[in-house]
Write a protein that binds this ligand. Structure first.
Ligand SMILES: Cc1cc2nc3c(=O)[nH]c(=O)nc-3n(C[C@H](O)[C@H](O)[C@H](O)COP(=O)(O)OP(=O)(O)OC[C@H]3O[C@@H](n4cnc5c(N)ncnc54)[C@H](O)[C@@H]3O)c2cc1C
Ligand code: SF4
Length: 524
C-alpha cells in the first residue's frame, strides 16, 4: 500500500478539478488521480482538420450500445481538466424551476432534493472561479442571483448583433450568453483570450479558456499538500469487511498496479465512468456495486436531446467568435405548446473543413468552392431539449467490464417543436428560410448514443436511500466516506449546459467536506 491521504479525488474535470481547487488551501493531504495526461499544447490545438475531422483529442475507449451490442467510440476526453478542455465554456445556471418537478411532453422531470436557493451561493462562487462573462437581466428565464456576473458580457460581432436585433424585433428576448473565456475587450493587448474562431470543441492553445485544468487543477497544485498523478486510472474501490467505508483505491498507473488509501474518497470520472467504477467495485457487502441497494446505480442516464444545425444567411457571416447569443423564450414552452422546449444558443462558427465527411451535406462530393461559400454564409445554432431520466436508460457493464449504454430518447415531440420554432424565425432574421442543415461533425457522431458530451445522472442524489444512490451531500447512502461530484448526481438535467452546475455543486460538497474534516475555509 502506498502513502495514505486525507482525501483522494478520482477524475480532474469540472467536478473533480473544481473540488480539488476548493480543498487545496485547507492544507489537507489531497491526491488527485487522473487517467489521462496533460493535454499537449501544440499547433494542432487550433487545427480544424486535426480536431474536427481526425478527432485528435477524443480519447480511445470503446463502449457498447446495449440494444444492438454494437461497439462505438464515445466522445470522451481523458485529460487533466476532463471534458472542459474541449468544451464551449457556455456556463449557464439551471433555471429555478428546473429544481422542482416539471411536467414535460413525455413525463415528469423530477424535483431535486435541494432548491435553487441552496445552490445559488455556489453558482455565484463558481462564476467567480471560472471568470464567467455575462449580462444579468436579459434572459427572461434567468434565476435570481446574489451578485452580478464577475465580468461584462462578451460583445456580439456585427452579424450576431443583427441576429439579436432581428430576434428582438420578432418579439423574442435574445441575451448575451454566459461565457467562460478570459477576454478583456477593454484592453486587448493584455487580454489572455485572443477571440479566435477555434474555441468551441477545441482546446485553448493559450490557456485562456476557463477550464478545469487552468482554473481548477493548476492553482490547486500550487499548494504543496496537493499531489496529481496522471495516467492513473482507478480500477476499483475496496471496502472494509463491513462494507461501510472505502479503504483502498486500486489504480493502474503507467501499466503498473498500485493501491492508495484516504479517509475520504471522491469519485468524479464523468457520469458513465463513475457508474462503471462503482459497479466494478462490487463485493460481498455490495453485490450489485457500491451503494446500489436501491438498484439505481447506473440508471437515469441522460445526455440532452441536442441538435446542431446551420442556417444560411443571405448576407455573409464573417463572425469569428460566434458563441455569444442565447434564446430561452421557448425554454418552458410556447403559445402553441404547453411543455418545455429548451434552449437555443450559438455554437462555434463552422468552416468548410468541418463539413468534410458530413453525410447530410454530401460534402465528400461537393466542390471546395461550394463548401467555402456555405461556410461564409453559415450561422450555426445548438438546440438543447431536456431528456427525461428513465430507469431503463442506464449504464451497465458486460462480462469484460466494458461500459454498455441502454438509451431510448424522450421528448421527441418537444425536440421537433423547438426545431420548427427556430426554422420559423429564419425569414425574420435574414436567412434563407428553406435551409436548416443538421451538423453531424459538431455532434462528432451520427450515432446519438455516442454523443456523450453532456452525460449525467447515473448516481442521482436524493433524501430517500430507496430511490437514490447519494444523499444530499453527495455521499453514498451506504458508505460513510465515499462521495461523487461529477454530473452523475443530477436527478434531472434541465436544458442548459451542465458544467457550471457540476462546478457549483463541487464547491457545495467541498464546503461539506471542509466542515467534516474540521478544516478552515468553508466559503458559505
Ligand atoms: C465538445 C464539448 C463541448 C461542451 N460544451 C459545453 C459548454 O459549452 N458548456 C457546458 O456547460 N458544458 C459543455 N460540455 C460538457 C461539459 O464539458 C461536461 O458536462 C463537464 O465537463 C462534466 O464534468 P464531469 O466532472 O462530470 O466530467 P469530466 O469533465 O469529463 O471529467 C471526468 C474526468 O475523470 C477522468 N476519469 C475517467 N475515468 C477515470 C478513472 N477510472 N480513473 C481516473 N480518472 C478517470 C477523465 O479522464 C476526466 O478527466 C461540453 C463537452 C464537450 C465534450
Ligand atoms: S476564443 Fe479565447 S478562450 Fe477560446 S480558444 Fe480562442 S483564445 Fe482560447
Amino acid at each position: 500500500m502506498s502513502e495514505s491521504y486525507d482525501v483522494i479525488v478520482i477524475g480532474s474535470g469540472a467536478g473533480g478539478g473544481t473540488l480539488v481547487r476548493h480543498l487545496a488551501p485547507s492544507g489537507k493531504r489531497i491526491l488527485l488521480l487522473e487517467r489521462g495526461d496533460w493535454l499537449p499544447r501544440e499547433p494542432q490545438n487550433w487545427d480544424v482538420h486535426d480536431v474536427f475531422v481526425d478527432n485528435r483529442y477524443i480519447s480511445p475507449d470503446t463502449w457498447y450500445d446495449a440494444e444492438t451490442s454494437k461497439a462505438f467510440q464515445p466522445q470522451v476526453h481523458y485529460f487533466v481538466g476532463g471534458a472542459t478542455k474541449l468544451y464551449g465554456a457556455a456556463l449557464y445556471r439551471l433555471r429555478e424551476k428546473d429544481f422542482g418537478e416539471l411536467q414535460h411532453h413525455d413525463g415528469v422531470s423530477p424535483a431535486w432534493p435541494i432548491g435553487y436557493t441552496d445552490m445559488e451561493p455556489y453558482y455565484t462562487l463558481a462564476e467567480e472561479l471560472y471568470q464567467v462573462h455575462g449580462a444579468r437581466g436579459e434572459d427572461p428565464t434567468e434565476p435570481p442571483s446574489s451578485a452580478p456576473y464577475p465580468f461584462p458580457a462578451v460583445s456580439h460581432e456585427p452579424r450576431i448583433q443583427q441576429l439579436s436585433d432581428d430576434l428582438a424585433a420578432a418579439g423574442l428576448h435574445p441575451f448575451h450568453a454566459p461565457c467562460g473565456v478570459m477576454l478583456n475587450e477593454g484592453n486587448m493587448p493584455y487580454s489572455n483570450c485572443v477571440r479566435c474562431p477555434t474555441c468551441d470543441g477545441f482546446p485553448c492553445l493559450v490557456h485562456a479558456k476557463s477550464d478545469a485544468e487552468v482554473l481548477g487543477v493548476r492553482p490547486a497544485l500550487e499548494h504543496p499538500n496537493v499531489t496529481l498523478l496522471t495516467n492513473a486510472r482507478a480500477l476499483a474501490l475496496r471496502t472494509d469487511p463491513s462494507g461501510a467505508a472505502v479503504t483502498a483505491v486500486e489504480v493502474e498507473r503507467d501499466g503498473e498496479h498500485e493501491t492508495y488509501a484516504a479517509d475520504i474518497v471522491v469519485v468524479s470520472c464523468g457520469a458513465a465512468n463513475s457508474a462503471k467504477l462503482l459497479l466494478a467495485s462490487a463485493n460481498d457487502k455490495h453485490p450489485n456495486g457500491l451503494s446500489n441497494g436501491s438498484d439505481q446505480l447506473g440508471r437515469n442516464y441522460t445526455f440532452h436531446n441536442s441538435q446542431a444545425v446551420l442556417a444560411l444567411s443571405k448576407e455573409e457571416n464573417p463572425t469569428v467568435f460566434q458563441k455569444t447569443l442565447g434564446v430561452n423564450d421557448f425554454y418552458f414552452g410556447s403559445d402553441d405548446f404547453e411543455f418545455p422546449l429548451g434552449n437555443i444558443q450559438m455554437v462555434g462558427k463552422s468552416s468548410a473543413d468541418m463539413y468534410r465527411g458530413e453525410k447530410p451535406l454530401e460534402t465528400k462530393l461537393a466542390p471546395q468552392r461550394t463548401l467555402d461559400s456555405m461556410a461564409r454564409h453559415a450561422v450555426d445554432f445548438w438546440l438543447s431539449t431536456e431528456d427525461l431520466p428513465r430507469p431503463e436508460n442506464r449504464v451497465t457493464l458486460d462480462r469484460d467490464g466494458n461500459v454498455r449504454i441502454s438509451y431510448t430518447a424522450t421528448n421527441g415531440e418537444s425536440v421537433k417543436q423547438l426545431y420548427h420554432k427556430l426554422k420559423g424565425l429564419l425569414k425574420d432574421t435574414g436567412m434563407h428560410s428553406d435551409h436548416l442543415v443538421p451538423r453531424h461533425a459538431y455532434l462528432k457522431t451520427a450515432i446519438p448514443v455516442a454523443g456523450v458530451a453532456h452525460q449525467a445522472g447515473t448516481c442521482r442524489f436524493g433524501s430517500d436511500p430507496g430511490t437514490s444512490v447519494l444523499n444530499v451531500d453527495c455521499r453514498a447512502h451506504e458508505l460513510d466516506n465515499l462521495y461523487v461530484v461529477d454530473t452523475s448526481f443530477f436527478p434531472s438535467i434541465g436544458a442548459v449546459n451542465p458544467a457550471l452546475t457540476a462546478m457549483a455543486n463541487a464547491l457545495r460538497v467541498g464546503d461539506h467536506l471542509l466542515e467534516r474534516m474540521g478544516a478552515n475555509g468553508a466559503s458559505r
